[in-house]
Design a protein around this ligand. Structure first.
Ligand code: NAD
Ligand code: LMR
Length: 324
């Protein structure tokens, strides 16, 4: 039997966590042979609701769950955490852009960055889901000077998965036939889902779909999918977001041959200078992610990649006071 790992989840009584915590507890994230200790964080007024979630987790009698901690103290929730999924934040409503949440949510991530810095395992892997995810991840990492910035990531996997499905459905193929999808930049309406390197069942995607569909249908559909879900459901995506968070952490921890998209500290690759959390194509092995280098970038792509970078730099400028 492996030693248990500690998994902190914030916003643990919220919509996303109502799917996420149960799937992690059942072994979907780290495997059916990996015992887990769940460390669940909420704000004080939501502690009753969180206790209800804990009752349900207990009622599932999950074989992998060794302990459950429910707390409103970030220092307790992040104590020795090996994985931290930062979900707790306000979601947007109809008519809002995700960056409109910056003011409401940014302060959460400076406090939690400090708590991770002071209490988490030195190898903690952090995924920020709460919006605007990339800039919140930047705030958290800047407030954790004793941890490596590369330990902080932002969730782009939902966009990546959405893009794969849109393309597979258009091509009349299955999502498992789609390879080398890339989503660049920000988890926002400026993100750039790029088909230039993508293949479907071995054939270049851009030979299977016409340019008109790519530019005027595919890209906006993926960019606006979050808003479309809010319009349809009256609430933002939850189960699909939880599923993407599990995909992200599983691949980071256990590795994957597939190219996946992750929001990570920009390092100059593809001309994106450091200082923001930018989504790149990566592959994961031995518990590390590595940017896929050497992809050719044409003028169309360059313009899209720069537009989403510009937006991230504007978001950064708005929270400079929280960056430590
Ligand atoms: P929700 O309102 O259902 O749940 C959020 C929970 O966070 C609430 O229970 C709230 O009490 C808690 N919370 C607030 N402040 C907290 C704090 N400081 N510490 C701990 N918990 C705190 O919202 P949701 O639908 O679960 O969404 C959560 C966030 O995830 C939102 O910001 C949403 O926009 C974002 N989201 C991101 C993606 C993505 O792809 N990155 C996808 C979907 C949703
Ligand atoms: C999503 O992409 O579904 C989430 O970021 C929620 C939102 O506000 O769109």
């Amino acid at each position: 039997m492996k030693d248990p790992v500690r998994i902190a989840i914030t916003g643990a009584a919220g919509q996303i966590s109502y799917s996420l915590a149960f799937r992690i507890a059942s072994g979907d994230m780290l495997g059916k042979d990996q015992p887990v200790i769940l460390q669940l964080l909420e704000i004080t007024p939501a502690m009753d609701a969180l206790n209800g979630v804990v009752m349900e987790l207990n009622d599932c009698a999950f074989p992998l769950v060794q302990d459950i901690v429910a707390t409103d103290d970030a220092n307790v929730a992040f104590k020795d955490a090996d994985f931290a999924l930062l979900v707790g934040a306000r979601p947007r409503g109809p008519g809002m852009e995700r960056k409109d949440l910056l003011e409401a949510n940014a302060a959460i991530f400076s406090v939690q960055g400090k708590a991770l810095n002071d209490h988490a395992s030195r190898d903690v892997r952090v995924l920020v889901v709460g919006n605007p995810a990339n800039t919140n991840a930047l705030i958290a990492s800047c407030n954790a000077p004793d941890l490596d910035a590369g330990q902080f990531t932002a969730m782009m996997r939902l966009d990546h998965n959405r893009a794969k499905t849109q393309l597979a459905q258009k091509a009349g193929k299955h999502v498992t036939d789609v390879a080398s999808m890339v989503v660049w930049g920000n988890h926002s309406a400026t993100q750039y889902p790029d088909l230039a390197h993508c293949k479907v069942d071995g054939t270049p995607a851009l030979e299977l779909v016409d340019r008109e569909w790519y530019e005027n249908d595919f890209i906006p559909t993926v960019q606006q999918r979050g808003a479309a879900i809010i319009k349809a459901r009256g609430a933002s995506s939850a189960a699909s977001a939880a599923s993407a968070a599990i995909d992200h952490m599983r691949d980071w921890a256990l590795g994957t041959d597939e190219v996946v998209s992750m929001g990570i500290p920009a390092d100059g690759s593809y001309g994106v200078e450091p200082g923001i959390m930018y989504s790149y194509p990566v592959v994961c092995k031995n518990g590390q992610y590595e940017i896929v280098q050497g992809l050719s970038i044409d003028e169309f792509s360059r313009g899209r990649m720069q537009a989403t970078e510009t937006e991230l730099r504007e978001e950064r400028a708005a929270v400079e006071h929280l960056l430590g």
